[in-house]
Design a protein around this ligand. Structure first.
Ligand SMILES: [Zn+2]
Length: 101
């Protein structure tokens, strides 16, 4: 078994659908994480609607092992990713969103 010694995450800023503010993406060795809510704004109706939209998509995909996490004052969704998979493509396909860079 090989152990991944790289712990540096790749961070990107993307545009998601028509969402007003850009979002951060963190690429981890076997996961990709999308910042869904806006820091310090996570409980507003708009942020909560984003969470609900993605929750509804994921409810239709029970095979997708996902995790919601809090980081930097925002709510993030973590999805599994095979190393060869393009992280932005994973987000777009699994969450059914358009990711612009
Ligand atoms: Zn908000």
């Amino acid at each position: 078994m090989t152990k991944n010694t790289t712990t540096i995450n790749q961070s990107k800023t993307v545009q998601v659908n028509h969402w007003r503010y850009p979002r951060r993406v963190e690429v981890l060795p076997d996961q990709v994480a999308l910042q869904v809510t806006v820091p310090s704004c996570s409980h507003c109706p708009t942020c909560q609607r984003r969470v609900r939209e993605l929750t509804e998509v994921l409810e239709r995909k029970p095979n997708v092992v996902h995790q919601w996490k809090w980081a930097d004052g925002a709510q993030w969704i973590h999805l599994p990713r095979a190393k060869k998979q393009n992280p932005l493509q994973v987000l777009g396909e699994v969450l059914e969103v358009r990711i612009g860079v």
